[in-house]
Design a protein around this ligand. Structure first.
Ligand code: SF4
Length: 504
């Protein structure tokens, strides 16, 4: 159990095989997805499907808790993909009942490189008025300080996860029911969190006051006989045939029973700061955010990028899959033909979990292959969602040139990522972010491409706003990984030595 926080930076947070990570280390990664359902038979099966739809938000491990009035709470937690665990009837038979929540994770702030099954959510706690289980997406930025305080007062922690703090704070609350205890606990917590929780009879959903991470409400089945679902994204409601009702609002807590949905507002009101990177990359393109499809927003980002950074070329190619909608928008706006110059192998997964040296050297070629017939002799614009370390961008550029491209121009659908995220996204140490140490021109030289342009922060706000039919001005979103302006001070990381941006 880690009580004294290690010195910042820590960059060994991944228990996945290092080779698997190296193939994919040039992206920021969402760390969690949550799902919950109440009022339907065999609720855990719905949760398993919902988690499967949210697998892009976390592939390391998953867990499901269910409750059955006759037999009480049941928990199953496993490493690996949902499809490899929670499809087995022998396992799902252990999760009876009409109320269930689940969680997929990548890794959370307290569990870097040392994940054990006890760190996998949802967490369960037994209280005097009955048990409760909780799972969250995000990161509690004062978790270290809370943990020290709770340990000093006698709490015994079972995991390294920041979410466990909420269970201990609830256990210490003097309120007389679990939703009230949860409100008490959440008032002590800082950071970004979208929570699903359950008691014996209630499904609970909470978004932090800034609404940094998403949380959706859906109706399952008919108005009279159906139930309710909570999900990180609407794509997880679609898979179970649930009707999307609305987003849980920033600072809102919903308590759902068989009688319906009741709203509470446990936090002081603040201006929302939703994560703008959800629009760019994290969420699935078929999800709805802020009333608009993520696909449409990304396409509009490509349009804006083409307006800001035009270039004379023959072909617009996405870096698949996440660069595709922006590339379509770029091609449409510029009038330059769109083509799939790079093809992604969808089945890479963990195939080479113990790779030989020879396979290791193949690197990114195992995941991406160039469509040579399309590329040869062309001046190619590559559209990608982001550049983090620059390692993959460099390799892709080499592949494109090897295939006979005449020129390579990178266009990036987000501003330079120069700051780490402390709100539930896996980010390298700041020094390893290419944009933290280099200007745009220096990055262009480093990647050895003919040109490199990122969309500006203004352009990104404009594109997200235009896609939603209104103006979006600063600082309506969290954009800290681009601007260095953190809407919630990352207290634990400052204690570990992280330096905030100097005031201008
Ligand atoms: S720092 Fe970046 S990735 Fe993190 S919540 Fe803010 S915008 Fe999203």
């Amino acid at each position: 159990m880690r009580v004294t926080p290690p010195a910042y930076p820590v960059d060994d947070r991944l228990p996945r095989h290092p080779f698997e990570r190296s193939l994919d280390d040039d992206k920021l990664r969402e760390e969690c997805g949550v799902f919950g359902v109440i009022g339907v038979a065999e609720a855990a099966n719905f949760v398993a499907l919902g988690l499967h739809a949210l697998q892009h938000r976390g592939q390391e491990a998953g867990g499901i808790v269910s409750h059955d009035p006759a037999t009480g709470f049941h928990t199953e937690r496993r490493f690996g993909y949902v499809r490899d665990n929670f499809t087995k009837q022998s396992l799902m038979a252990h999760l009876p009942g009409s109320l269930s929540i689940g969680h997929v994770r990548y890794s959370t702030a307290g569990t870097k490189g040392t994940t054990q099954i006890r760190d996998v959510q949802p967490f369960f706690g037994e209280f005097s008025m009955g048990g409760a289980a909780i799972a969250h997406n995000g990161n509690i930025t004062n978790a270290d300080a809370l943990r020290r305080e709770l340990i000093d007062r006698g709490s015994i922690f079972q995991s390294q996860s920041d979410s466990e703090c909420i269970i201990h704070l609830m256990a210490r609350s003097l309120q007389r029911n679990i939703p009230e205890r949860m409100k008490d606990a959440l008032r002590r917590v800082e950071g970004a969190f979208s929570i699903v929780a359950m008691t014996r009879t209630k499904l609970i959903g909470v978004r932090d006051p800034l609404g940094v991470r998403p949380l959706m409400l859906g109706k399952v089945g008919s108005e009279k006989n159906g139930g309710w679902a909570l999900a990180s994204e609407t794509c997880a409601l679609d898979i179970i045939g649930a009707e999307f009702e609305r987003e849980i609002k920033p600072g809102e807590m919903v308590v759902i029973t068989k009688d319906g949905v009741e709203s509470f507002w446990p936090f002081e009101k603040r201006n929302p700061r939703f994560c703008i990177f959800e629009h760019v990359y994290f969420s699935r393109p078929d999800s709805i955010l802020g009333g608009q499809s993520v696909y449409t927003t990304r396409r509009q980002i490509g349009v804006e990028l083409a307006r800001e950074a035009p270039v004379d070329a023959d072909l617009v190619c996405p870096v698949p899959d996440s660069g595709t909608p922006a590339a379509i928008g770029f091609a449409h706006e510029s009038g330059i033909p769109f083509g799939m110059g790079i093809i992604r192998n969808q089945y890479m997964g963990r195939t080479f979990i113990e790779p030989t040296e020879q396979i290791r050297n193949m690197g990114v070629r195992l995941k991406l292959n160039v469509n040579r017939a399309l590329i040869r002799g062309k001046r190619v614009i590559l559209v990608d969602d982001s550049v983090v370390r620059g390692t993959t961008s460099r390799k892709i550029k080499e592949m494109i040139l090897d295939a006979g491209a005449a020129e390579v121009h990178f266009r990036i659908a987000s501003p330079p990522t120069a700051w780490p995220c402390f709100y539930g996204v896996d980010t390298p140490q700041r020094e390893k972010l290419l944009a933290a140490t280099m200007s745009e021109d220096e990055m262009c030289e480093h990647l050895a491409v003919d040109s490199l342009k990122f969309i500006s922060l203004d352009g990104l706000y404009l594109a997200v706003g235009e896609a939603r039919g209104r103006n979006a001005t600063h600082p309506q979103y969290c954009d800290a990984c681009f601007s260095g302006e953190y809407p919630v001070e990352p207290a634990d990381m400052i204690e570990k030595g992280f330096e905030l941006k100097a005031a201008e």
